[in-house]
Design a protein around this ligand. Sequence first.
Ligand code: ROI
Length: 161
Amino acid sequence: MPHCYIALGSNQADPVAQVTRALTALAALPQTRLLDHSSLYRSAPLGPQDQPAFINAVALLETELEPESLLDALQDIELQAGRVRKAERWGPRVLDLDILLYGDTQIDTPRLQVPHYHMHARSFVLYPLAELTADLIMPDGTPLQFLLQRCPDAGLERLCG
Ligand SMILES: CC1(C)Nc2nc(N)[nH]c(=O)c2N=C1O
């Protein structure tokens, strides 16, 4: 059964609570088990700076849901959290759930790109991912450690507890 890594992000409406509640929602998905999750991390927004800091984390799921069904389920969780789908691009968001990896599958459809298109250069994704699986190898054979070496941790702050 494929191991799926999900990126969580929020910078609105009590981001720590949003990410924590989203982890609980992931654990409750049908045909799915939440195997592990990273610490929460605070970081300055990538993109427009006139918005609050983000809280990010990565979760490791095992699921029988197909990729598109998993995406539907993640979008439901985002909507339940109050995400406005047509919100400004790169603007503040109540909750972002992105499929980073779905086993070794590589997907490129209008709805879904896996591995997640931007993950290779985002410290707020790579560092939590490495906390979960330091020896991860990307579907294209690139070791996560190689991506980490090229991605400065740009003021990433791990929240303890
Ligand atoms: C607006 C944009 C690009 N910036 C981000 N910046 C940070 N630090 N974390 C995010 O999750 C995040 N998500 C985004 O979508």
